[in-house]
Design a protein. Structure first.
Length: 272
């Protein structure tokens, strides 16, 4: 009897291993032959470690090849100038030759604002031209462009959330209308959501917790205010940590399900 149990146990173990290998092989096949490709192009608010891009990619089923090409500090001008856009062309060319439907989400604005040497673009004469060119080339290379208005910053003034990115969001919306391009209004929805949650809750979406408030005595003592060798806080109200990335990725997923019906079936079930 013990021998039968041992054989049965070995057989079950072998079956589990075989099934595990089969699932792994199937996953590898799906990755090599995706049914859909999604490419993310943008700045740090979409990039790995500081934005929502990777969390959005994680919401897709295994048969989707989601490529996050967003990079911190880039604008609609510098992303192309540094040659980063060339990778998009390569992926779209590959997709076209393989018959893979590909969507390219494009979000800029944060670094196009004035005061950022080497990155800033003129809101009237440069930014719309750059965005229009991205749209035109994606279409030319066989992809589907999707314009995304910039994620809101989370800076409050007397209880009111500022939105100094709205002019860039408006410019993107105009380009979308003129070029008949899909648009995801992330700026408007993220701004409304952050305003509703308030400053304290909004601060929990950051990369790191806000530094402790300094008391009046510390303000009079420079050694207590900033001890020698103290690390600078990673907290800010632009970039997002894990909680913020998940929150805004879910928001963008809802928008994509609403505005891009064809892509809905490629998302994991809500809550998974």
């Amino acid at each position: 009897m013990n021998r039968i149990r041992t054989i049965f146990g070995i057989s079950c173990f072998g079956f589990v291993v075989a099934m595990s290998n089969l699932v792994s092989a199937q996953t590898q096949v799906l990755a090599a032959n995706p049914a859909l490709r999604v490419i993310l192009v943008g700045d740090s608010t979409m990039a790995t470690k500081s934005g929502y891009g990777d969390a959005l990619c994680a919401r897709f089923k295994p048969q989707v090849d989601c490529v996050n090409l967003a990079r911190g500090g880039r604008s609609s001008g510098s992303f192309r100038a540094e040659g980063l856009w060339n990778r998009v062309q390569e992926l779209l060319t590959e997709s076209a030759s393989s018959g893979i439907a590909t969507y390219v989400l494009i979000q800029f604005g944060h670094n196009d604002q004035p005061g950022k040497p080497g990155r800033s673009t003129d809101l009237v004469s440069e930014f719309p031209v750059n965005m229009t060119r991205y749209v035109s080339e994606v279409k030319q290379w066989g992809g589907v462009p999707v314009l995304v208005t910039p994620l809101t910053r989370r800076s409050f003034r007397e209880g009111v959330l500022e939105n100094n990115l709205k002019p860039w969001a408006d410019a993107i919306e105009k380009v979308a209308q003129e070029t008949h391009t899909l648009l995801l209004p992330l700026n408007a929805e993220s701004h409304a959501a952050v305003q509703a949650m308030g400053e304290a809750e909004a601060d929990t979406l950051a990369v790191a917790p806000p530094p402790p408030k300094v008391d009046a005595h510390a303000l009079s003592d420079p050694n207590k205010l900033e001890p020698q060798g103290a690390a600078k806080s990673a907290f800010d109200r632009t970039h997002v940590g894990i909680k913020g990335a998940t929150y805004f990725a879910n928001m963008l997923e809802r928008q994509m399900r609403q505005h891009i019906i064809a892509i809905s079936a490629f998302f994991k079930p809500v809550g998974e």
